[in-house]
Write a protein that binds this ligand. Structure first.
Ligand SMILES: [Zn+2]
Length: 418
């Protein structure tokens, strides 16, 4: 009974916060759903493994990653370039804008943002290998509820609004998900959102891809850049702000799971009670916020995006022939060795720490749980490799492994104990 009550309360809470959301100019329909997804074990586990790959000693190099896209315009029967059947030029300009934000070349390079070194290219060939503009136009007006309400999505269902069947709508034009990232341009999203996108974590959704309204798909909007951020693994900067300031003590697994985006509330775009530091601008102007004039991706968001691409279903897109007609070489991963390395990771009771320790140097290894409590500690001998044997079984989870000398923590990395 208690369980049922808490489910009802949870959905009431979602409905309550939903009404606030619609007032935002930049609102996208990911918020409630991603909060639900984060309750899912498999989803969280995959995000954790990608975070862990952030800490890998095999840092991904700076090659530009090309992600092929196809744009499906699901219009209401208008002529091309009229109404929701937006022109090729408008689509190309919207993609250029998104690329300029992702490459940090919009107007001029901005020192607060980062070049993600990812570019989205309209497919030049369809899945059968025929030359294509990468833009497909379909009259979707005969789909029940599509004209009146727009495409249906879980966020609107939570609000009691039922648009057209999502799978059926996307099924009107849908290219192989390993060949392109699909973008559906719709005249309306049930509930009045500007866009939404699926994460490549957890379930492999058959409806995977980005949805954006025809009004938002233009050179003046940042919505496409934002939705592509979700599609490549980024949460909102205010994720977890349903009950006030998002928790941030363990910034790598709380809030948006990114440490260099200070916590803020959704509507905090100039001042924040959550974080008063000067670097709050990194969240206030972040592409993954709902604030206006957003243009920033942080360094850690860049790492998250690139690690997501390499460690999720998005990786297949790097080998697609959609943009070039030839198989792209998979960008190589450069083996830049950091000073500390742990393997295997995830580990059980035994693992190796690789770190150069000189004679007479007193280095201690500490393992901290998510509460910040030291759950294991030992001294390391001189040398490069140090076998660690945990003298007791630890609960499954992410731990912070620190190396300390007499004065301070000198190295820190994450390890998953399973
Ligand atoms: Zn969003």
């Amino acid at each position: 009974m208690n369980y049922i009550c808490s489910i009802i309360l949870f959905y009431c809470f979602l409905l309550f916060s939903f009404y606030h959301l619609q007032a935002e100019n930049n609102a996208c329909a990911n918020e409630q759903f991603q909060t639900i997804q984060l309750q899912n074990f498999e989803f969280r586990q995959q995000v954790e493994s990608i975070i862990n790959s952030n800490q890998s000693t095999h840092k991904i190099n700076e090659d530009i990653l090309e992600i092929p896209i196809a744009v499906h315009v699901l219009h209401l029967g208008e002529d091309s370039s009229v109404g929701s059947n937006i022109s090729d030029l408008q689509i190309q300009e919207a993609i250029e804008k998104a690329n300029s934000l992702w490459r940090n070349s919009f107007v001029t390079e901005n020192s607060l943002s980062n070049d993600i070194k990812v570019e989205f290219c309209l497919a030049q060939y369809d899945p059968q290998g025929n030359p294509s503009t990468g833009i497909v136009r379909v009259n979707a007006s005969s789909l029940p509820q599509y004209t009146e309400t727009g495409i249906g999505y879980i966020e609107a269902v939570l609000q009691g609004i039922f648009g057209s069947d999502e799978t059926q709508t996307k099924g009107l034009s849908d290219w192989n998900h390993s060949y392109v990232l699909n973008i559906w341009v719709v005249h309306k999203i049930a509930g009045g959102w500007g866009g939404y996108a699926f994460f490549p974590f957890g379930n492999n959704y058959p409806t995977d891809g980005v949805v954006i309204t025809s009004n938002s798909m233009n050179k003046n909007s940042t919505t496409l850049a934002h939705e592509l951020g979700h599609a490549m693994g980024l949460f909102h900067t205010f994720q977890g702000a349903e009950n006030g300031c998002p928790a941030n003590d363990l910034c790598f697994i709380q809030g948006d799971w990114i440490c260099d985006t200070p916590p803020h509330k959704r509507s905090d775009c100039n001042n924040s009670a959550c974080n008063n530091s000067a670097d709050s601008i990194l969240s206030f102007k972040n592409i993954m916020s709902y604030c206006s004039n957003r243009y920033i991706f942080t360094k850690e968001q860049k790492d998250r995006i690139r690690n997501t691409i390499f460690n999720s279903s998005r990786r297949a897109l790097l080998q697609s022939t959609a943009c070039s007609g030839i198989i792209n070489a998979i960008p190589t991963t450069k083996q830049e060795k950091g000073l500390i390395s742990i393997y295997p990771n995830p580990a059980q009771q035994e693992f190796m720490v690789e770190y150069p320790i000189k004679n007479n140097e007193a280095i201690q290894v500490h393992l901290l749980n998510i509460m910040g409590e030291v759950v294991f500690s030992t001294y390391l001998n001189s040398g490069l490799t140090h076998p660690i044997h945990l003298n007791h079984k630890l609960p499954i989870g992410i731990y912070n492994l620190q190396l300390k000398n007499k004065e301070a923590v000198i190295e820190s990395t994450k390890i998953i104990i399973q």
